[in-house]
Design a protein around this ligand. Structure first.
Ligand code: EPU
Length: 344
């Protein structure tokens, strides 16, 4: 592809439509990346070293504190392709700019299982490995095969396996030692051709039973997840938000037992490794923040883990509210909340 950066680079672009909080932040420089050659070309300039570039996907996990003074690389790589097939599996390779939910729908339509529990998660597939997205009993890492990325440090394409991605709960190498280093160009998923449904998550089983479906397929699970999400989580098109603002804190069994002793109704999920995950939504609700509003920044009335922008809040206002919540939760429960959302 012939790449002429002069024509592609845009200056002083508002990112309002490109972040689901709807903050009116401006990027000094903006480059849509629909082809790997663009990355190769930009690497040869001094644009990347002048300021650390920000890689943007669907903007559904980012809070802009102010304008972004550097270069924003917007992932627009497209394509969904079956690259390998066996009796039981297909390997689907997708361009990093593809909308995650569209990939899920594509898989459900072909009856390829593994993604249905993660229906309607906002964002792009290229961003999905960053925080190892997950919902309703499934995580990206369960279906992840490998990814291709442009290494902004060495200026070359690399492949990373699941092991190399170091996936954890809402965590990966891309949030740790590899932060900001990799532009994920393609993600390959390994999906099941004879899928078994996963309805372990109580809400899904209840919804399916309510609908009178006795032998659910993956399309039913997907519909149930969409139904549940729509009933609890605000649609970013109507109310700015980034889904869960905080992670569910993982604490030691001792600390969880202390919390349970003081609050027998605390929602806790004992993990196989002996640690305990505490429902942050429960902590925030219990502390009285659910439905709280300060100016245009608020805590969602139906899911306390979600912070919202009612219209004209700034990133700083939402962040100040988040810090107040973290401090209050620590005072009341001695549990430290960590943000899931990235700030810039
Ligand atoms: N809860 C409350 N009050 C609230 C919210 C939740 O008491 O305001 C309690 C619920 O009653 C339940 C427990 O907390 O017992 C868990 O709630 P829920 O099932 O809604 O899930 P979550 O732990 O709050 C996580 C993910 C979501 C994902 C859901 C479903 C994280 C940080 N969040 O939320 O992911 O959709 O499970 O699997 O792990 C996201 O990451 O953006 C996201 C939406």
């Amino acid at each position: 592809m012939h790449v002429n950066l002069q024509y592609m680079l845009q200056r002083h672009i508002t990112l309002k439509a490109l972040n689901t909080f709807g903050f009116d932040a401006e990027a000094s420089l903006f480059l849509p990346v629909a082809d790997i050659d663009i990355l190769k070309k930009v690497w040869k300039t001094n644009l990347l070293s002048l300021s650390s570039p920000l890689i943007l996907g669907g903007g559904s996990n980012i809070l802009f504190k102010s304008n972004y003074p550097g270069l924003v690389l917007h992932n627009r790589l497209s394509g969904k392709e079956v690259v390998k097939e066996t009796e039981h599996h297909v390997w689907l390779r997708c361009g990093g700019g593809e909308i995650w939910h569209n990939v899920v729908m594509h898989a459900v339509q072909h009856n390829w299982g593994g993604l249905e529990n993660m229906s309607l998660i906002p964002g792009t597939i290229g961003a999905s490995p960053i925080q190892n997205i997950g919902a309703y009993g499934a995580e990206l890492k369960d279906v992840f095969e490998e990814l291709d990325a442009f290494d902004l440090l060495h200026g070359q394409m690399v492949k990373l396996t699941a092991e190399e991605c170091e996936f954890g709960y809402r965590d990966s190498i891309f949030k740790q030692s590899g932060k900001g280093r990799y532009f994920i160009t393609h993600v390959t998923l390994r999906l099941h051709k004879n899928p078994e449904v996963n309805v372990k998550y109580g809400d899904i089983a209840a919804t399916i039973a309510e609908w009178g479906i006795t032998r659910p397929g993956i399309a039913d699970v997907s519909r149930a997840v969409i139904h549940i999400r729509k009933s609890k989580l605000p649609d970013p098109a109507e109310l700015g938000n980034c889904g869960s603002f905080f992670k569910n804190p993982v604490v030691s069994k001792d600390d969880a037992d202390k919390l349970s002793a003081a609050h027998p109704d605390a929602k806790r999920f004992d993990q196989p490794d002996g640690t305990v995950k505490i429902a942050a939504g429960w902590l925030i609700e219990k502390a009285g923040w659910k439905g709280y509003r300060r100016g245009d920044a608020g805590v969602h009335a139906k899911q306390a883990l979600v912070l919202v922008n009612y219209g004209n809040a700034t990133g700083t206002e939402v962040l100040t509210l988040a810090h107040d919540i973290v401090e209050d939760i620590f005072t009341k429960f001695q549990v430290k909340l960590e943000m899931e959302v990235n700030t810039r």
